[in-house]
Design a protein around this ligand. Structure first.
Ligand code: PBG
Length: 323
């Protein structure tokens, strides 16, 4: 049908009609809020590179999460900022580690909240890499054992789901095996399946103090030019037992989100990473764009590309906006 019979503007003339015909709606249920937890008591420090985000000690985190939950966000992802780091990142699987203590405290007060543990070593290693080093190289198979310990310690602490973000080969299968052997066969794995070596993680590394001391992550995270490879990574992780597959970052990789959504039946998550959040915050602070609108447009684009779950530092703000 052609103009003047078909007039697309008929369906754009009021907010009510636009709402009726909107194809994609972001819901608070889709959102997961990443949070940083550190040692100590009464700690509540702003993260400079992530305006509006803070690092909390466990006692403060519990209070904060109650507000986030009340705003309608039902999932949180925990990142630990340990007091001490070492070559093996042992703090990542300590029984009294920050994430383990935080998970126990959160599940105690908010049993309905979905608590997800990020499984990685980079925040806990003195060298800042996501695995152990062997003659300057990240040792893939040697790292698996440690990642298994991290996932198991988090499961024991009560997390509802583990999310390996290290990009070592074979880690999903290894973690699945460890969890199953130890009686945690009910704990799902959300794998950071297609995680790219991205400049958009900059503010996160500031927040978590997890930047590599030397070198970069291009030897394990994906090359930004590759899309087909993302599919191999996703299929590999599904084969190894991943329950949810993630694409990260989200905005610069919406084509990958769409491709994965079209190719697999599993739930697809997309991580709207720190740099993507910080860009909007920084421009809005200068009055260069409307923050609320930019946030909703961004989240809508990620959902429209096919993500079922969006991890975003905007989670609470967006949930409040959506009512
Ligand atoms: C750890 C990890 C990173 C992020 C999540 N898990 C950083 C990295 O790989 O350097 C980034 C999250 C963000 O930028 O918001 N492996």
């Amino acid at each position: 049908m052609q103009y003047p019979m078909y007039r697309p503007r008929r369906l754009r003339q009021s907010a009510g009609i636009r709402r009726l015909v909107r194809e994609t709606n972001v819901r608070p249920d889709d959102l997961v809020m990443p949070l940083f937890v550190e040692e100590g008591r009464d700690v509540d420090v702003p993260i400079e590179a992530l305006p509006g985000q803070r690092r909390y000690s466990v006692d403060r985190l519990v209070k904060r999460v109650k507000e986030i939950h009340a705003a309608g966000v039902h999932g949180v992802m925990l990142f630990g900022v340990p007091a001490r780091k070492d070559a093996l990142g042992t703090g990542a699987f300590a029984k009294e580690g920050v994430v383990q203590r935080a998970a126990r405290a959160l599940k105690d007060v908010s049993p309905d909240l979905v608590v997800i543990g990020d499984v990685c070593l980079c925040g806990y290693t003195s060298h800042g890499h996501c695995g152990t080093l062997d003659r300057g190289q990240v040792d893939n198979d040697g790292t698996l054992e440690l990642l298994g310990k991290v996932a198991l310690s988090q499961a024991k602490a009560g997390v509802d789901m583990v999310a390996p973000s290290d990009m070592m080969d074979g880690r999903v299968g290894y973690i699945r095996e460890v969890l199953d052997e130890e009686g945690f066969e009910h704990i799902p794995i959300m794998s950071y399946a297609a995680k790219y070596a991205s400049a958009f993680y900059g503010p996160f590394r500031d927040a978590a103090g997890s930047a590599p001391r030397e070198g970069d992550r291009r030897g394990y995270q994906m090359d930004p030019g590759n899309a087909r490879e993302a599919l191999s990574e996703v299929l590999l992780d599904i084969d190894e037992g991943a329950d949810i597959v993630m694409v990260k970052p989200a905005l610069a990789y919406l084509d990958v989100v769409r491709m994965v959504r079209d190719e697999v039946e599993h739930p697809v998550a997309a991580y709207n990473v720190s740099g993507e959040y910080a860009m909007v915050k920084a421009a809005a602070a200068r009055g260069w764009l409307d923050e609320r609108q930019a946030m909703m447009e961004m989240l809508t684009s990620i959902k429209r590309a096919g993500a079922d779950i969006i991890l975003t530092y905007f989670a609470e703000e967006a949930a409040r906006e959506l009512g």
